[in-house]
Design a protein around this ligand. Structure first.
Ligand code: ADP
Length: 259
């Protein structure tokens, strides 16, 4: 895949109000994007539209010019992998079982996973640092470890694009950093394009090459973090006064709240 394009996407749940409005955006191979915006601005919905779980009411998602609407789930799952929010019921499985599920899009109805699939799953576990827990139940792991297992499963899918929905929401700063470092490595070293939804504006500014700022289902702005994270833009979209300065070492924008 060289390019994924969203063309004038509109989406609503049932007959409700539009929650994605005329959204156009494109992602090229190997890019890293953060999706930010207030609660309810449409971030999770956008990921589901990209992944084909939700179909847009109008507009289209194209992979190298081909509409994903006409692709099978298997084909799409070889292109796009999702790291969901932690709510998924994965607790009754072992780490190894979860990661092997990432191979499902490559299996046919009559085959079980073979040694190649096991090797790929093993590499994914090694890459994400969860191999030592391979035989353990998900239930026994910490939140940060579970998050890395879900990233390993996505990696085992060998996708071109990885979508992550608030991967650090429940993690302390050590695990937040570990997860963002890992996502950045996968992006740079494996060439996987990554799209990370996050509430943490400072982590987004620090780790993502590009940001997409959503406001009420529309693209408010997109570009480099220093273009998107400005006092005016953040204050207007989040309806909150903020101060934005720059990290003196990295030059990265930093959002500061004042009482
Ligand atoms: P975000 O991820 O930015 O918080 P969401 O994509 O979850 O935003 O939600 C966008 C809007 O869609 C919100 O107004 C939300 O209430 C609504 N919404 C989300 N999921 C559903 C659903 N399953 N049915 C109806 N409305 C929904």
């Amino acid at each position: 895949m060289n390019k994924m394009s969203l063309e004038n996407i509109w989406f609503r749940y049932g007959g409700g109000p539009w929650v994605i409005r005329d959204l156009s955006w494109s992602l090229s191979a190997g890019e890293s994007w953060g999706v930010i915006g207030p609660n309810g601005s449409g971030k999770t919905t956008l990921l589901k539209v990209i992944d084909g779980i939700l179909r847009p009411g109008r507009g289209d998602v194209l992979m190298d010019g081909m509409s994903i609407g006409g692709m099978s789930r298997r084909k799409l799952a070889r292109l796009i992998a999702v790291v969901p929010q932690e709510s998924e019921p994965v607790f009754s499985f072992t780490v190894e079982e979860i990661v092997l599920m990432g191979r499902a899009p490559y299996l046919t109805m009559f085959t079980f996973e073979g040694s190649r699939d096991r090797d790929i799953a093993r590499n994914a576990m090694e890459r994400t640092g969860v191999l030592p827990f391979a035989r353990r139940s998900m239930r026994e792991l910490s939140g940060g470890e579970r998050q890395r297992v879900l990233i390993a499963r996505a990696l085992a899918q060998q996708p071109k694009v990885m979508l992550l929905d608030e991967p650090t929401a429940f993690l302390d700063i050590k695990y937040q950093k570990a997860v963002f470092d890992l996502i950045t490595d996968l992006n740079r070293e494996e060439g996987i394009a990554v799209v990370t939804v996050t509430h943490d504006l400072n982590l987004a500014a620090l780790y993502c090459e590009n940001l997409l700022l959503l406001s009420r289902g529309r693209v408010h702005s997109m570009g480099r973090p220093e273009e998107v994270i400005t006092e005016e833009r953040i204050a207007s979209v989040y309806e909150t006064e903020v101060k934005v300065d720059r990290d003196s070492e990295t030059g990265c924008p930093r959002v500061i709240l004042r009482r």
